[in-house]
Design a protein around this ligand. Sequence first.
Ligand SMILES: Nc1nc2c(ncn2[C@@H]2O[C@H](COP(=O)(O)OP(=O)(O)OP(=O)(O)O)[C@@H](O)[C@H]2O)c(=O)[nH]1
Ligand SMILES: [Mg+2]
Length: 322
Amino acid sequence: MRNNCPNDGCAAPKGLCLKSSTHEHLKCETWLEKNASIQIGETKKTTDKLNYLPWTGEALQPEDISIISERAAPLIVGMVGTADAGKTSFLGMIYTLLFNGGRIKNWGFSGSTTLAAWETLAQYLKITSDGSVNFPAPTSSHPEFYSLYHLALKNGNTFRDILFSDSSGEVFSDWSEDVNDDNSANARWIYKSSSAFIFMVDSAALIEKRGRAVSEIVQMAGQLAANLNGRPVVIVWTKSDMESEIKPTIKASIEEYLSELFPKSTSIKVSNFPKSGQEQICHINNLLVIENVLLALNRPIGAKFEIPISSAGDYFLDYKGR
Ligand SMILES: Nc1nc2c(ncn2[C@@H]2O[C@H](COP(=O)(O)OP(=O)(O)OP(=O)(O)O)[C@@H](O)[C@H]2O)c(=O)[nH]1
Ligand SMILES: [Mg+2]
């Protein structure tokens, strides 16, 4: 039996879910009613039998990484930040800017196996008829939830396959309090597998929660720094349209702490709201983050991080062009 969603016009599970994003179709009532036995961890096994292409356009799972590993090992960029920090909408903005002709210095867009997932994120950021923006729902905190967004980039004859790993801030907060937390398996995998990190500082949280937000950010940054082994971190101050409302002493203390913890890092302010006079933080800086991640990844680091790539057992198929 094909496990198609009975909702009119819905392409889940192979394409876009009409009601929600990426793998969230597993939470859709209509989907669950029709496919009662399907659990998050079982999706891949079920859809494997249905797919004629090795990829669906949806966000990749760790076991899918081999699909994009023929050219060279892809590089995973871990998105780390507290709940609501703006991780998912940052990714939606990156795709929106690239789709509208934005450029990453020296790098051209060369494809993606997760276009449907990118497209879903970008749909959220579209301004509605009443002038508001529907941001994505909080990312699932299920310990088996993985969401890897693929970008293939080209610089002359050099290709880079980058996977941005989105995750729930709630899970990363649990991980930062206890790295062995039972429900943080995905955060542990992201931390172990990433070649670089984007660390997000939520300007709105610093305004609204002040000291509590400072402690959460400090705790998470400390845990991120614990076993970096030279892997680069780019610090991103999200929701910078609100920057002027952050108490100067709070801002200065976080800046000082992060620059001591990550002395080689760059710090960039971004926003999803291109207010007049502040276009740079939206139109330029979001892509500048990716440019800085790529620059940092091109510098030699202290340790090499291997990610699992399946072997075809054939010298020709196993050849990874560099
Ligand atoms: N002022 C302002 N608010 C923003 C901006 N971007 C996002 N937000 C708000 O922040 C909320 C959270 O954004 P997300 O991108 O979902 O945050 P997240 O880090 O993915 O959250 P989790 O998945 O729960 O960890 C959104 O629902 C918006 O209300 C921005 O540029 N400026
Ligand atoms: Mg999210």
